[in-house]
Design a protein around this ligand. Structure first.
Ligand SMILES: [Zn+2]
Length: 431
């Protein structure tokens, strides 16, 4: 078997020369010291700012009053601007017709489309491969993906595609909608495919983990890591996955527009990839918002981009020895917060724990559309007992706001967002 893996891997390497060359470069970077990495980051930052200023009409105009040479204190790039000026953000030294268009799912309310080139795709894959190696994965070893975004799953199961998947040692299961039969099938696929890594949306992997635990299904000993991506990863989801799959969960942080921002190490700390991004945390309206600059995307530069997440940079070193600095991600995006008339904000985690211990609930979602009312949509095997529902409502009035009403609505399904994400708490308050 080892011989076949080696042959497959060599074939994959020869087809993906650029990706493997980039991976080697990234691995060299993580052998640098913190100081060397930060010096490289300063250099890359001023180079990308200069490039953007010289090559794109958008930044030339935006930075008319700014000190481009300092590359600091430049105005922030907002999502609205990317939406309005997409074509003017493309660098003149790139042929726009040769670029592809990608879309974000709009989990923070605003879908953004952007141009990208083949290099960005290869670098993203190389960056992910470096993260996987933190779990003990080696290039050529098998990965099983559970993907929630329909837009990413290419149709067709032709022979060519199967061969490609075989050579890449990677399989992707479309998980945008699923039944219990699907969960059973996926667990069986893990057992027979025997991957080294699982990767997918936190909500999907957590549901699969719960299924595996409930039925006491043995998982293969080949598993070395679970990579959670695209959604906020909650502690209870991590626990379920680690219990079900018998290995560590690694949270990845990045977006489609700016991938590979940070990843967790074995010690559970998030390290910022300073050779790929320049990350800042800026206090805006009582929140520490993350502002990210891609150091590598020359086709459509994203400079000081407000990505829509909250978080902070952290001082100090990690026991894993990685030179990459630390950060923490806020557990919510601003439109996941429930707000009261009195101006208090509640994190999704508060609402998620309200249902702890209740039986028969398959899925749920709290939605706030008005200041004084929260709707709880439930997919459940039966209705809540009236005492239970009343107690929930009372607890919310006691702990959240005395004027807050709770409405329980039973539904057949809860739709995922356009990019396949499940959101436990949504605020749809105007403004
Ligand atoms: Zn670490």
């Amino acid at each position: 078997m080892r011989v076949i893996y080696r042959l497959k891997h060599l074939l994959h390497r020869s087809r993906r020369r650029e990706r493997y060359a980039l991976l080697e470069e990234l691995l060299r970077n993580q052998a640098l010291t913190r100081e060397q990495l930060l010096a490289k980051q300063r250099h890359d930052l001023s180079a990308i700012v200069r490039h953007a200023y010289e090559q794109t009409p958008f930044y030339r105009e935006k930075y008319a009053e700014a000190d481009v040479h300092a590359a600091r204190g430049l105005p922030i790039l907002h999502k609205d601007e990317v939406i309005r000026h997409r074509d003017r953000l493309v660098a003149a030294d790139f042929d726009r017709s040769a670029l592809k268009i990608g879309n974000t799912g709009g989990s923070t309310g605003k879908p953004v489309s952007f141009y990208y080139d083949a290099f960005k795709g290869e670098l993203m894959r190389a960056g992910m491969a470096r993260s996987y190696m933190w779990a003990g994965w080696k290039p050529g070893e098998k990965i099983l993906n559970f993907w929630g975004a329909r837009q990413d799953i290419k149709g067709g199961h032709g022979f060519g595609q199967r061969v490609n998947a075989y050579i890449a040692a990677e399989k992707t299961i479309g998980a945008y909608e699923y039944t219990e039969a699907d969960l059973r099938g996926w667990a069986a696929t893990i057992a027979s495919y025997r991957p080294v890594l699982l990767q997918g949306y936190a909500s999907i992997l957590a549901e699969l983990a719960r299924y595996v635990i409930d039925r006491n299904m043995p998982m293969p000993a080949t598993l070395r890591g679970v990579f959670s991506t695209a959604e906020v990863l909650y502690g209870w989801q991590r626990e379920l996955m680690e219990r079900a799959f018998g290995c560590k969960v690694f949270n990845q942080y990045g977006s489609r527009e700016v991938p590979n921002i940070a990843c967790e190490c074995r010690h559970g700390n998030l390290h910022v990839f300073t050779d790929m991004v320049y990350l800042e945390s800026v206090k805006i309206e009582h929140e520490h918002r993350l502002i990210v600059t891609s150091l590598t995307n020359r086709a459509m530069p994203f400079i000081r981009y407000e990505i829509g997440d909250s978080g902070r940079l952290k001082e100090g070193e990690c026991a894993c020895g990685s030179p990459f600095p630390l950060m923490e991600i806020g557990l919510c995006r601003s439109n996941d917060l429930i707000r009261t008339r009195g101006g208090k904000c509640f994190y999704p985690s508060y609402f998620i724990h309200l249902l702890d211990g209740l039986e028969g609930i398959a899925q749920y979602q709290f939605v706030q559309r008005e200041p004084d009312k929260i709707t709880l949509n439930l997919v459940a095997s039966g209705r809540l007992r009236s005492e239970t529902a009343n107690a929930l409502g009372e607890r919310i009035r006691r702990e959240v706001d005395a004027g807050m009403a709770l409405e329980v609505v039973y539904v057949d399904e809860i739709k995922r967002t356009a990019s396949g994400k499940h959101r436990f708490v949504i605020s749809q308050l105007a403004g």
